[in-house]
Design a protein around this ligand. Structure first.
Ligand SMILES: [Zn+2]
Length: 421
């Protein structure tokens, strides 16, 4: 093992001739996080547009489809907010994403009246379900989330029910962090920045939230490969999700530059390299849909693999490549210890990243289902100051791409090392 390893390291110097710059990555992130791609969610088929962009990139790089097409259809249900969204407080039009977010599982709701203030801690569960309208204050977010999770679980079980629709407005001092939901609940929940409310005055709200639940949405994974020179049926796989949170109303989109246009840029950069430098094994690239909605694209792939999962020598899942100032995290590093040691040695020898931290198993991205099926894999995300996550500010010009090149070099060398000589 050690002998093979040293041999490979000496070869790596030979491979690393041209310095990889970040111009291409920047151009990819600019495109995918632009307004045109509407946050790569499921409003106006923005996901399909992003999938097409990636498939065209795969094609121009020279990747081959695994199964005649670069696409794999992925059906799932998803709750969306494609139309006009209005929340007015005492006559003032509030800004979605900045002043408030709507819970991703929310139902449509129209409302025009005063809202009473109720302290969340004074409520019991029956009140929460049976009464119509609350404005909640002085609520600990975790308490609230626990209650909501419970509500969502109940709604999932009784998907059709005659329970009265409710509106909840919850005040928060926390950062507004959105997500995506594959179900629709019976409530409309608005998370509102606490400082907006003047508690000395009555609160008059005009609310018009239009939610569209899509029970049979069809999205796509995008898959391409560089066939192996000797063993076509054996694979090293790079994956990254291309979806993000999409639109919250017809004016507000979540750009998802760091999450995960940056990861798509990285796998495209790697695809360029492996297309010019084919390996003994095939190298496949998968851009997953539905990650933000519950790792749905990867779940579908694992249930319907385009090549046997047992033929995957190693899988590298990539997310959040925007700032690697403090190095990288290797999820599953503690599970695949031997491979992690090889990775760490490459890094120390070449000084690619300041450090690689190690984590155990985690169901926090698309590698998870592969991991559960026994496929050796790491999930990498970069570490460094970057304040924007699942919000309207995660834009291309905010992403510094520090140590992007180091991460690229590391992933490339590690993938090559994983292929037996
Ligand atoms: Zn992500």
């Amino acid at each position: 093992m050690l002998k093979t390893f040293l041999f490979s390291i000496s070869c790596l110097f030979f491979f690393t001739v041209s310095a990889q710059d970040t111009n291409f990555a920047r151009s990819v992130i600019n495109v995918l996080s632009s307004k045109v791609y509407k946050g790569r969610g499921y409003v106006d088929q923005a996901d399909a547009k992003a999938a097409k962009y990636i498939a065209n990139q795969f094609k121009s790089i020279g990747l081959k489809p695994v199964n005649k097409s670069f696409y794999q259809k992925v059906p799932f249900s998803v709750n969306t907010f494609p139309k006009k969204m209005t929340v007015k407080y005492n006559g003032k039009l509030l800004v979605p994403g900045q002043d408030y977010i709507v819970d991703p599982a929310s139902k449509s709701y129209k409302f025009k009246d005063n809202i009473q203030f109720i302290d969340f801690n004074s409520l019991n569960k029956d009140d929460l379900y049976n009464q119509n309208i609350y404005i909640l204050q002085n609520v600990l977010l975790d308490t609230f989330n626990a209650k909501f999770a419970e509500t969502a679980a109940i709604n999932k079980k009784k998907f059709v029910s005659d329970r009265k629709k409710t509106l909840l407005i919850q005040l928060t001092n926390d950062k507004l962090t959105w997500s995506s939901s594959y179900l629709q609940s019976h409530q409309c929940i608005i998370l509102l920045k606490s400082h907006i409310i003047d508690r000395s005055k009555p609160a008059f709200f005009e609310i018009d939230i239009d939610a569209k639940f899509q029970p049979y949405y069809e999205s796509k994974n995008v898959i391409g490969m560089v066939p192996g020179t000797m063993e076509k049926d054996s694979f090293v796989v790079f994956t990254a999700h291309y979806d993000h949170l999409g639109m919250m109303g017809n004016k507000t989109y979540f750009p998802g530059a760091n999450d995960n246009a940056s990861g798509i840029a990285m796998i495209l950069d790697l695809a360029h390299y492996f297309s010019k430098n084919p390996q003994k094994y095939s190298v496949a690239f998968i851009a997953f849909t539905g990650e933000e909605t519950g790792l749905l694209g990867s779940d579908h792939f694992v249930r319907n693999p385009l090549f046997p999962l047992s033929n995957i020598q190693f899988l590298i899942n990539i997310d959040l490549m925007g700032n690697g100032e403090e190095g990288a995290m290797a999820v599953n590093g503690a599970v695949f210890k031997q491979q992690f040691n090889s990775l760490d040695s490459i890094n120390q020898l070449n000084h690619y990243l300041p450090q690689i931290k190690i984590r155990g198993k985690a169901a926090n991205s698309d590698h998870y289902w592969f991991s559960e099926k026994g496929v050796p894999c790491f999930f990498f995300y970069l570490m460094g100051q970057y304040p924007y996550y699942h919000d309207i500010y995660d834009k291309s010009n905010a992403v510094p791409l520090k140590n992007y090149t180091g991460a690229y070099n590391l992933f490339r060398d590690f993938a090559i090392l994983m292929i037996p000589k």
